[in-house]
Design a protein around this ligand. Structure first.
Ligand code: HEC
Length: 236
């Protein structure tokens, strides 16, 4: 998924020179309004492309950002201070030493602000999530029958009922669930992140103003968790 977002380098002199060339061509042509508006439209398009390209990342930058996001996601994953109880991290239920599944034989885990609220579902392992297709009501792909016209029914998505398609959407659930990490709101999560040892990593990755908006901090947390869940450690 990340590789699709990787852009090309954006500092080639040929590309940088394009807008000027267009302008010179237009000046030399000296023809009427139609030519000018067409040239202006071309110029605007080129400027827009340059603008978008400027926001993209070179391959090397994209890899570095992915590595930094993954490291941040890992720090968040094992941090119990992001829960209302101060005792429950993602890793408490999805233990890295137990294939990212529960570290005990309880049917459901305890959580909540007082650590006495029972969850209602068994904790799944987080391995091989990348092989999970997005949720669909009708999944036409049969390994067994080699017949793709067979409807295998509802398939894919995250959680037992597939109600989240991406790690970043799923991660909102345990952070806000009263049975799990029990934050009351995004602002609650953001306040805890601001006190964490990795708080200073967020502005470089998500913008200097990130802490001015709790939703942005919450988005940063879930994005980093999603990146971590794509780490090869989940697909040995
Ligand atoms: C109190 C235990 C608990 C904690 C803490 C917890 N989870 Fe979970 N997790 C669960 C349970 C239970 C499910 C299944 C939920 C469902 O089906 O609705 C689940 C499901 C998931 C899934 C979907 C897996 C799949 O195969 O579909 C992911 C991804 C996940 N959790 C990541 C996280 C992350 C990231 C955190 C920390 C922000 C976290 N969990 C914290 C118990 C927990």
């Amino acid at each position: 998924m990340r590789t699709q977002q990787i852009g090309q380098g954006h500092s080639s002199p040929a590309r940088a020179a394009k807008p000027d060339n267009v302008l010179q061509t237009a000046e030399r042509s000296g023809r009427g309004g139609v030519m000018w508006s067409r040239t202006a439209a071309t110029l605007l398009l080129l400027l827009w492309v340059e603008h978008v390209a400027a926001q993209g990342l070179s391959r090397q930058e994209a890899y570095r950002r992915a590595a930094e996001l993954t490291a941040l996601g890992q720090a968040i994953f094992v941090d119990p201070s992001l829960s209302a109880s101060g005792k429950l991290a993602c890793a408490s239920c999805h233990s890295p030493a137990h294939a990212f599944g529960p570290p005990n034989d309880l049917a459901v885990q305890l959580g909540g602000a007082d650590m006495r609220q029972a969850g209602v579902r068994a904790v799944p392992s987080l391995k091989y999530l990348n092989t999970d297709p997005q949720f669909t009501e009708h999944f036409f792909d049969s390994d067994d029958e080699a017949d793709e016209s067979i409807d295998n029914g509802p398939t894919g998505g995250m959680t037992w009922d597939g109600r989240a398609d991406r790690g970043r959407d799923q991660a909102r659930l345990p952070l806000l669930s009263p049975y799990e990490m029990a934050n009351a709101s995004a602002a609650d999560v953001a306040a805890r992140v601001a006190r964490s040892p990795y708080a200073h990593d967020l502005p470089a990755l998500f913008g200097v103003g990130v802490f001015s908006d709790p939703e942005r901090v919450f988005g940063a947390v879930t994005t980093a968790l999603e990146a971590y869940e794509e780490d090869p450690i989940f697909y040995p």
